[in-house]
Design a protein around this ligand. Structure first.
Ligand code: FE2
Length: 415
C-alpha cells in the first residue's frame, strides 16, 4: 500500500483504518495490520467521500461586476448583464476563470463537478472552453458539462443548431430553460426536444426547470412525464424547480406521485434561490426554494449546488459545499439530526447519484481513492461549524492540505 490513513471516523460513526494503493482504496478495516510507505493518523476526524458540486456555471464564475453590478438582484437583470458580458468571452478568459474556480472548490473538498455552459452564443466559446477544461483537469477533478441554452432553445433562430453542435462537440448532458421560453407551448416543446436529443446522442439531461415564483410554471410535470415515457428516469435531473414551493398543495401532492414514478433527480441551489426568488413579493416574502424536505421524505434523490460563484446573479459564493448544505438546513427547515445528515448526503452521495458517477465514488474497497478529511467528528459537526477540509486525496494522492484556524486566548482572559 502507498498510503495508510489511521483512525478515520466514517460518516456513519465507525472508526477504521483506510489503505490506499495504486489510486484505489485497497482496504477498510477497524484495525489494519499492514503498513504503508506513508501513514497519516487523522485521530478520529471525519473521513468522507468528496463533496459533489451538482450545479454550477463555471463559464460565468468570477465575473461579478463585469460590465456592471446587478442592482435589482433579480434573475432577469442577471441574464441581461450576462448577455452583455458574454460578447467578450474568449476561450482563455473562460478557461482561466473555470480553473481558478475548480481549484477553489477542490481545496475545499469538491472532486466532482457538474457545470452548465451557455450555448446561446454563436461561437460556443463557453462550451469549447469548458470541454477543454474538463480534459485538462481530469487527473485531479471530474467535470461534467451541460449544454445550457440560457436564452431558450426557441429564443432565437439558430439556438437549436447551437445545441446540436454542442452535443456533437461532446457535452455530457442536454440542458434547457422551459420557463424562460417565449410561450408555454415553446417551453413544452423544448422539453420534448431535449429528450429527443438526449436519446439520439445518448446523453444525460439536466434542465433549469421552473426557476421562477410563478405558481403556474408547470414544466416539472412535463419533464417527469417525458422521463416516465422515455424510461430515462435517473438519467434526468430537474434543477431549481423553485415554483414547486409556490404550487398549491392539492397540485403539489398530485405532482409528487408522478415524480415518484419518474425517479428523476432534483438539484436545489439554496444560496442563490433564497436571494433571487421572492423579489416581486411584498410581505410575506416567499423563500423560493423547492420542496427539498418533502422530496427527501418521499425517498427521491435530491442534491445541492452553488449555482453561482461571484457572477451576475450572485456576487457572493465561497466554493464551500458546507455553506450550501448549511443554507439548505436553514431555508428548508431541516434542523432535525437526521435531516442535517440528509443535507450532508445531498452534497456527497446524492450528488454522485445525480451525476451518475457512483462507479467512481464512495468509500468502498476497489473504488478510486477519492476522499477528504474534515476537522470535525461527524457530518452534523461539519455543517454546524463549516469545518475545514484538512486533506483532499484525489486518485490516491494528497492533492491539498489546509491547516484549521488556531485560536489562542491570552492569559488575562483565562478562567
Ligand atoms: Fe443554474
Amino acid at each position: 500500500m502507498d498510503l495508510m490513513l489511521r483512525e478515520c471516523r466514517l460518516p456513519g460513526g465507525e472508526l477504521v483504518d483506510i489503505g490506499l494503493g495504486e489510486g484505489v482504496i485497497e482496504a477498510i478495516e477497524p484495525r489494519l495490520a499492514a503498513t504503508a510507505a506513508r501513514e497519516i493518523n487523522v485521530a478520529g476526524k471525519l473521513v468522507s467521500p468528496p463533496f459533489v458540486e451538482s450545479h454550477i456555471h463555471l463559464d460565468s464564475a468570477l465575473t461579478a461586476g463585469q460590465p456592471r453590478w446587478n442592482k435589482s438582484g433579480t434573475l432577469f437583470e442577471g441574464i441581461e448583464i450576462w448577455r452583455d458580458r458574454k460578447q467578450s468571452l474568449s476561450l482563455e478568459d473562460v478557461k482561466a476563470r473555470a480553473i481558478a474556480t475548480l481549484k477553489l472548490q477542490a481545496q475545499q473538498g469538491v472532486l466532482f463537478v457538474r457545470s452548465h455552459a451557455d450555448v446561446s452564443e454563436a461561437n460556443l466559446s463557453a462550451l469549447k472552453a469548458l470541454l477543454e477544461v474538463r480534459d485538462t483537469v481530469k487527473d485531479w477533478i471530474t467535470v461534467q458539462v451541460v449544454a445550457f441554452p440560457q436564452d431558450g432553445l426557441y429564443g432565437s433562430p439558430g439556438n437549436l443548431d447551437l445545441m446540436e453542435a454542442a452535443l456533437k462537440l461532446g457535452a455530457d448532458a442536454v440542458g434547457g430553460i422551459p420557463h424562460y421560453e417565449m410561450t408555454r407551448e415553446d417551453g413544452v416543446q423544448s422539453v420534448h426536444r431535449i429528450f429527443e436529443l438526449a436519446q439520439h446522442y445518448d446523453r444525460l439531461i439536466d434542465i433549469h426547470c421552473d426557476e421562477i415564483d410563478d405558481d403556474q410554471s408547470r414544466f416539472l410535470e412535463v419533464v417527469a412525464a417525458c422521463a416516465v415515457r422515455s424510461g430515462l428516469g435517473s438519467r434526468v435531473t430537474a434543477s431549481h424547480t423553485t415554483a414547486f414551493a409556490s404550487y398549491n398543495n392539492a397540485y403539489a401532492f398530485k405532482l409528487m406521485g408522478l415524480l415518484s414514478r419518474a425517479d428523476i433527480n432534483f438539484i436545489a441551489n439554496p444560496l442563490i434561490n433564497i436571494t433571487l426568488q421572492g423579489r416581486t413579493d411584498t410581505y410575506p416574502k416567499r423563500r423560493g426554494v423547492t420542496r427539498v424536505k418533502e422530496l427527501w421524505q418521499q425517498g427521491l434523490n435530491v442534491s445541492l449546488g452553488h449555482d453561482c460563484v461571484q457572477d451576475p446573479w450572485y456576487s457572493l459564493g465561497s466554493g464551500n459545499m458546507l455553506d450550501v448544505a448549511s443554507m439548505a438546513v436553514h431555508v428548508c427547515q431541516m434542523t432535525g439530526q437526521d435531516e442535517i445528515v440528509a443535507c450532508y448526503d445531498m452534497i456527497t452521495t446524492n450528488g454522485a447519484k445525480t451525476l451518475a458517477v457512483q462507479d467512481a465514488y464512495g468509500l468502498e474497497v476497489g473504488k478510486p481513492a477519492n476522499l477528504i478529511v474534515l476537522d470535525a467528528d461527524s457530518p452534523y459537526e461539519a455543517i454546524r461549524r463549516t469545518a475545514t477540509v484538512t486533506h483532499v486525496f484525489s486518485r490516491g494522492k494528497l492533492l491539498v492540505q489546509t491547516q484549521p484556524a488556531e485560536v489562542t486566548w491570552q492569559n488575562a482572559h483565562e478562567g
